[in-house]
Write a new protein. Sequence first.
Length: 586
Amino acid sequence: MVINTLQKRLSLLILLPVVLLLLLIGVFGFIYMRGTLFGEWQEMSIVKLQRAAHQIDMKLGRITDWLQLFHKTSEGHGGALIQDWILQQLRDMKGIESATLKWEEDQSPESSGMMGMMGGGSSDGRGMMGGGSSGGMRMMMFHRAKPFEVTSPYYDAETGKETVKLVSLLKDESDKVVGRLEVTVRFDYLLEGVKKFGWWQTEQACLIDEAGKYLCHTKLVMTKGSLFGGTDDPFERALFKAIKEKPYGTVLGPGVPPDAVGGFYKLKYAPWSVVLFAEGDKVLAPLIHFRNYYFAGGILAILIILLLIRSVVGGMVHSFTAISKTAGQVSKGDYGQPIPVRGRDEIAQLTQSFNTMVEGLKERDFIANTFGRYVDHGIARELMKRPEASRLGGENREVSILMSDIRGFTPLSETLPPEKIINFLNRYFSGLIRVIEAHQGIIVDFFGDAILVFFDPFDESVKPMIQKAVQCAFAMQDGMSEFNREMHSENLPALQMGIGINAGEVVVGNIGSETRAKYGIVGSPVNLTQRIQSMAEEGEVIISDSVYRHVQEDVRVIRKFSTTLKGVQHETTLYAVGAIEPSNLH
């Protein structure tokens, strides 16, 4: 049972901190790495999306540059030739299916300004206007152009391809539309660079317009034609809301860790956004693998520790059992023989220390027993805790001192045989000792029929001990009544006792020699207490002024007087006091 208990405690004592440490490291490491991985994914996703948006914007930007150059042709002469040249440059660009310029049918040369004539109607796929009524070439006048708009991809039946149109409306000074410039671009040409990125094939990505319509996507779950953010998925709706409010960013889905993460980046030249998705588990896949390996390693470490405890603790248990058994005998007062010391390790040192301790306990028990003959056992234990209690010398400390003496005992002792006198004193002192111990008094010595006691506050205030001394004196006087009744039953005369109490600074400690000493007090307050006691009449308790100051609210003064005590030059004020009766309390 002892072995099992020791092994369990050692296992718990060693394993618990290890398990807690491993758990804390694992939890905080997981939280930190989780945040790091998500942070890195967010940063990388923005970079990826930025590259994709730049690929599309770069192609649209080249077209936009030519459109802006076309808009400037309204500011100078020779516009028809320049416009035709610009249209031709657009048609020759890679990925452009057509570039057309359409003038409104109701525009006349007068309303269009004094520009060269072009045929009424619209251009064909190559942009040349049909012959007008005059048969010449001309350009319609326009004052400004509305910034171009990019349409969503649509299927062109003529070419059999999915195309996108860049449309710019040409307006006169009255803000009336006079013409329309359209550039048709193959959609797959815009996505050509984007689809070459590795992440486009391996991750969920899509291109959406302002309304949330899918323009293209990489996964079948993104059904073409459905609206992004139009589902009940709170993550998708939150991501779509962020797309409307910010040019780029990332959004974490619900859950800890999040179930999904998303990033987006808006294009500059088209009202589109590139969106990238990832599942939380895939982002955290390296961390999840590490977590599994970490916990597997932790369990293995715990098993190894358990094996080490089981192998090492066996030898320790034998020594501990011997020490435990001997300790139980010592607790009963049987010190027995010293435990054999084997080896030179820490267990051997512990055994040797235990043997030394037992020897010390033998000596200390002797001292404690000696103290216990004069001092309450509780106080003796308190004294033994103090270093000065085990060596000669002492320290200055303010204490309360009590001395009692039987009045008329000397004449009585002359009429009784010695054995009766000893019996009488033993019974007398037995009753007093019980009262003194109950009030935590320390007996210094017996002087015939007199007894000297002091009340040590140790390191506390002296007032409570002065109060205990006065209460002890009253209890001693009360005990004399019972003692006298016993004496009367044996045809012995009744006796009375006088008590004196004083307080002052004395030397407290061991007095004597290395071979014989006693714990007591030395100082003039001790002699003064004896003088005060001599002034007490039968049944009186006399206290000094130093005592009265601390107990004046707890006693009633029977008489107050001043006298000159032996060894004291000036008069001393003394008080004969009694206990306050409950009926006198207010």
